[in-house]
Design a protein around this ligand. Structure first.
Ligand code: AMP
Ligand code: ZN
Ligand code: ZN
Length: 431
């Protein structure tokens, strides 16, 4: 039964009260939280992440599918990631439009005064919505009445504000690409009225090989070719849809640069073991001095170092938009590639001892560096052809996706202007 909308002329509060009264009287009508904009034929958005894919991997003969999509759609020679250029912070930036300092996933490894420790391997933390602040696009979309489904995405496994995407899966690296594609295919083949409006897909192998063998190694190129072949299958699936109505966004979270074991900055050589707690290490390190050692640790770290610079959290470069969240450690040390910040204690842990590895690629460096730039390629019915976007950032993607879906974005840190240029028609607030 429909409610007669005699409430349209009233103020919002009195509207709600009157709707409630009318509904109680008429027994069976549902009150949508926000007006449903659902137009069945609005193109869906499929957001694909190729972890650790840097744009310089394109146009070298390894990526015929991506090259074609880039040339016949919109593409950026370098999308600036948010600080720090790590996987969890930037995947969540892509779907919230917020810098990590605002959305709370300030590192892959962090501590929270109330919640304890967070790491990608600690499932309880990854699935705990209290870590994930801000409003991911799947919540924005669901609240506007759209359907959402994720084939892996950091944050999708968490009950953020008590909700998940309508369909989601627990991350499992062994769930192979064929299986992932079959899930996406099952969504795409649904009739337009049942198809999710917002979908994700995630590939990790380019990042994994980039770390193990370095960005220019043949094994990394092989992983790049393989992911491109997977993308060609997706493009074929979309082309085969009767209505072809999917906007494809292919992004990465950050780039990759060459490092090697001869360029390790050993923290152990600088500081006594018991003077600090190491919250994270690698391209950047988060250090919490023990209270009784604060001054001594600061004196050592804040002095100039040849291949890294350390800052108190309130004195970080402003362009990093980082340092106000309580989860950011007291001191952040940022290495300059090919140097990374190492710690012998970390290599003595049982997990490392079981599987010691030499890493020849890393990310987490200054987001301004060329090698840290992320991938952005867009193609579909709403996207102009032959557009090159020179100045976009990962924070801009959330608002772009809201435009494509015709929904109102939550407040965010992105600039909607650069990406509006690639849209055939301005799609904001179409309902
Ligand atoms: P990074 O250490 O920043 O290079 O992170 C890349 C790794 O993140 C990949 O190798 C994946 O295994 C892992 N990863 C990606 N998504 C998830 C997820 N939802 N849950 C746990 N781990 C993930
Ligand atoms: Zn990553
Ligand atoms: Zn990585």
């Amino acid at each position: 039964m429909q409610c007669f909308d005699a409430t349209a002329i009233l103020q919002p509060m009195s509207r709600l009260i009157l709707i409630g009264l009318l509904c109680a009287l008429t027994a069976a009508c549902s009150v949508p939280k926000r007006p449903l904009p659902l137009t069945a034929h609005r193109p869906a958005v499929l957001l694909v992440s190729i972890d650790g894919f840097r744009p310089s991997y394109l146009f070298r003969g390894d990526t015929p599918t991506l090259d074609h999509l880039a040339q016949s759609g919109a593409f950026s020679p370098g999308m600036r990631p948010s600080y720090p250029s790590l996987t969890f912070p930037n995947h969540y930036t892509l779907v919230t439009g917020l810098h990590p300092d605002q959305h709370g996933i300030v590192n892959n490894n962090m501590r929270d005064p109330q919640l304890g420790r967070f790491a990608m391997q600690i499932r309880d933390a990854v699935e705990d919505g209290r870590w994930w602040q801000g409003e991911p696009i799947w919540l924005t979309a669901q609240r506007a009445g759209l359907r959402t489904a994720t084939m892996f995405w950091p944050g999708a496994e968490a009950d953020i504000q008590g909700e998940h995407p309508h369909e989601w899966r627990t991350y499992d690296a062994h769930f192979n690409y064929g299986q992932r594609l079959r899930v996406v295919e099952s969504w795409l083949r649904r009739p337009a009225l049942e198809r999710p409006h917002f979908m994700t897909l995630y590939f990790e192998s380019v990042d994994t090989q980039g770390h193990y063998e370095g960005p220019t190694d043949t094994a990394t190129r092989e992983a790049i070719r393989d992911v491109d072949a997977q993308l060609s299958k997706i493009v074929k699936m979309i082309d085969e849809l009767a209505d072809g109505a999917v906007n494809l966004l292919i992004v990465s979270d950050h780039g990759m640069t060459a490092v090697d074991p001869d360029h390790h900055i050993e923290l152990d050589a600088l500081l006594p073991d018991d003077s600090y707690e190491l919250i994270s290490h690698g391209a950047l390190a988060g250090i919490e001095p023990r209270p009784s050692h604060r001054e001594a640790v600061e004196a050592v770290l804040l002095a100039p170092h040849p291949h890294m610079s350390c800052h108190r959290r309130d004195q970080l470069p402003t362009r990093w938009h980082y340092g106000t969240h309580p989860r950011v450690p007291a001191i952040i040390c940022q290495a300059v590639p090919p140097w990374i910040i190492a710690n012998q204690r970390a290599t003595r842990t049982p997990t490392y001892a079981l599987q010691p590895r030499v890493y020849l690629g890393a990310h987490g460096f200054d987001p301004a560096l060329d090698d840290m730039q992320a991938l952005f390629v867009a193609h579909g019915p709403s996207v102009k052809s032959g557009i090159v976007l020179h100045t976009i950032a990962s924070v801009d993607i959330y608002a772009l996706m809201c435009s494509l879906l015709g929904i109102e974005p939550a407040p965010n840190d992105g600039n909607p202007l650069p990406t509006q240029a690639m849209l055939k028609t301005p799609l904001r607030n179409t309902h």
